[in-house]
Design a binder for this molecule. Structure first.
Ligand code: KG4
Ligand code: ZN
Length: 350
């Protein structure tokens, strides 16, 4: 019997131990998670330093780095958990969205492990993985809830109706918020990764620069966003002041941008929680690591009955524990893949 035939007979175990594998961008991450909530071990090897000199992730460098790091990351995770491959019940892997070559390394590796150990292969959406990071932060968290999804590629207010059903209430019509942070970092002369560096600089400034209000006179969803105008306003401000020979207070500009970019996320998320009558708000994606966003949300829920779930910063940016957490949900549904599984650069939000 080949893997495909055997896969049909895989049983869904109770309290499974799932290995999560994440290689969609510049982090090679492997984690081992029990029952979708208990992290037994995690190993993360980043190639961010190699990309820094180019000002952004270079896909070919990322792919090559994954090929050299993935075995070490896996061995490290198993060693830290004091487990062997025999103890793993399923292999969950990010199938997309992300850099195709980078994803292919993780997908091929997970397929090989599933085939060799005769265990289920569980494909996971990177975005659903980000949202599932909240289950690691609050062991009692159950849908429904609202999440702010704010990463390098996505910005949305998502209604998580159940473990398997999510509805996007509104999203960005152009740039993602993380992308805007990265582009603003560049124009301010800050190195990659831009978001954390803008945040660091913003701490030294005040929000004194007037920037345009988002989606003025817009008639689409009240939960939609647009970051392209804000980003362009920052770029134009830098060019205009430089042309006039006026010295720019970069810290003030970074702080003003951060306020404009983040305040609107807070405002729309709180509105969504109240409108849907939910009790819980979570945040997900790399920008959820932003300290100003976390503080602003904590402040906004003070004296309300909203339960705010803030995953640790390391579970907001790319990691494999979130992939294992979402993998657990898919595993319980029996959503297994066979060895024809392919990486997907683009994946619709579902
Ligand atoms: O979720 P993520 O790690 O990867 C994607 O799936 O995109 O998000 C990366 C994005 C980058 O744009 C990065 O600049 C941004 O998250 N980011 C931040 C912070 N940390 C990461 N943005 C603002 N403040 C931060 N502290
Ligand atoms: Zn991500």
């Amino acid at each position: 019997m080949n893997y495909l035939e055997r896969a049909k007979g895989f049983v869904i175990k109770e309290n499974p131990i799932i290995m999560g594998i994440e290689t969609s961008c510049d982090e090679t991450a492997v984690a081992i998670v029990k029952n979708g909530r208990e992290i037994l071990a995690e190993s993360i090897i980043s190639s961010a330093v190699e990309h820094a000199k180019y000002g952004g992730v270079v896909p070919e460098i990322a792919s090559r780095a994954h090929t050299t790091a993935i075995l070490t990351a896996t061995k490290n995770a198993l060693k830290d958990a004091n487990l062997t491959l025999d103890d793993i019940d399923a292999f969950a892997v990010t199938e997309g969205a992300g850099l195709l070559g980078a994803l292919l390394v993780g997908v091929s590796f997970a397929k090989a492990l599933a085939f060799a150990t005769n265990k289920p292969l569980v494909p996971v959406s990177h975005i659903r993985g980000h949202i599932a990071a909240a289950y690691l932060a609050d062991k009692n968290l159950k849908p429904p809830f609202i999440t702010i999804l704010a990463s390098g590629g996505h910005t949305a207010i998502v209604e998580v109706k159940s473990y398997t059903e999510s509805v996007c209430l509104g999203s960005t019509k152009d740039d993602a918020v993380g992308e805007a942070f990265d582009k603003v970092a560049r124009v301010l002369g800050l190195s990659y990764p831009g978001g954390p560096n803008v945040e660091r600089l913003a701490k030294e400034g005040s929000p004194t620069v007037q920037l345009p209000k988002m989606l003025k006179n817009y008639t689409g969803s009240e939960y939609d966003f647009s970051y392209s105008g804000l980003k362009t306003a920052v770029i134009n401000y830098v060019h205009n002041q430089t042309a006039k020979g006026v010295e720019i207070n970069k810290a003030d500009l970074a702080c003003s941008f951060q306020h404009s970019a983040i305040d609107v996320l807070v405002e729309k998320a709180i509105k969504a929680v109240k409108e849907k009558g939910y009790k819980t708000l979570t945040i997900s994606g790399g920008v959820a690591a932003n300290g100003y966003l976390r503080k602003a949300l904590s402040f906004a829920v003070e004296n309300t009955d909203i339960n705010l779930v803030l995953p640790e910063k390391k579970y907001c940016t790319d990691n494999a524990s979130m992939i294992a957490a979402e993998g657990f949900i898919q595993y319980n549904q029996g959503k297994f893949a066979d060895l024809t599984l392919n990486a997907k650069a683009v994946m619709p939000f579902k």
